[in-house]
Write a protein that binds this ligand. Structure first.
Ligand SMILES: C[S@@+](CC[C@H](N)C(=O)[O-])C[C@H]1O[C@@H](n2cnc3c(N)ncnc32)[C@H](O)[C@@H]1O
Length: 237
């Protein structure tokens, strides 16, 4: 528990230090592709009037905003994150787009969600699970708060399967990206942590089993952009 707390604290400090450049660097380092990845993840949700969604590790709110753009004002989205500075920037974007009646921002840790069982019709987490102090507990929590027949959707970086593409990508991901990210954000450690955390995260099949162990059914995944990222989804039965 103590080491979980200290990992969460380190992650929070790291995201606080890069929050001001987070969106800009996402667009730059992914060549604008990150928007498409989030759109594809939101496509996996069952959106309907009156539905309630939780976007966990919401960061600056891009997934919550993507859900909100698609539906009528009956829908409610809760965006939740560990890091205050990310949430403050997210809240500003939501206000600027007049979506504060639909999206609410909370601060909470994925491992201990302050929501009742079966509170949401869908739970998303984009590029967050890898950072959890304990992703087994985090995914169980995501499952717990999902309604029967609701979906849990996880968007995460993974490793490309094609060998040639993988070696080119690794060069970019482990050498170029940390350098550009470090210079622009002023935090070289944060952008070295990014490839390190991706390379030490469970592979697609392992993540699928973790979701099944958490109680999700019909778990499947889909690769995007040559397998740089994958979308995992499962249904609560
Ligand atoms: C890479 S950002 C992703 C943000 C956003 N989902 C996106 O698509 O851009 C990771 C976010 O996860 C949050 N985070 C890390 N560990 C967390 C935890 N245990 N509980 C909740 N949020 C967490 C960080 O504060 C950070 O905002």
């Amino acid at each position: 528990m103590k080491s979980e707390n200290s990992k969460s604290r380190q992650i929070e400090v790291m995201f606080s230090s890069i929050a001001h450049r987070y969106d800009f660097l996402n667009r730059l380092l992914s060549g604008g592709r990150d928007r498409y990845w989030r759109e594809k993840a939101v496509d996996r949700l069952n959106l309907f009037p009156g539905a309630r969604f939780l976007d966990l590790a919401a960061g600056t709110g891009d997934v919550a905003l993507e859900i909100a753009k698609r539906q009528d004002s009956d829908m409610r989205i809760l965006a939740s994150d560990l890091t205050l500075k990310m949430a403050v920037l997210g809240r500003k974007k939501i206000l600027n787009q007049n979506l504060d009646r639909i999206i609410e921002f909370h601060l909470s840790a994925a491992e201990n969600l302050p929501y009742k069982e079966k509170s949401f019709d869908g739970v998303t987490c984009a590029f967050g699970v890898r950072n959890f102090a304990d992703y087994h507990i985090g995914i169980s929590e995501m499952t717990r708060v999902t309604n029967k027949n609701g979906k849990v959707v996880i968007l995460e970086f993974t490793t490309p399967q094609n060998k040639l593409f993988r070696s080119l990508y690794y060069f970019y991901f482990t050498r170029i990206l940390p350098l550009i990210g470090g210079i622009i954000s002023g935090n070289f450690d944060a952008y070295s942590y990014l490839p390190d955390s991706v390379l030490s995260f469970p592979d697609r099949e392992k993540l699928k089993s973790i979701m099944e162990e958490a109680g999700l059914k019909d778990v499947s995944y889909k690769n995007l952009t040559f397998g740089i990222v994958s979308i995992h989804e499962g249904t609560k039965r």
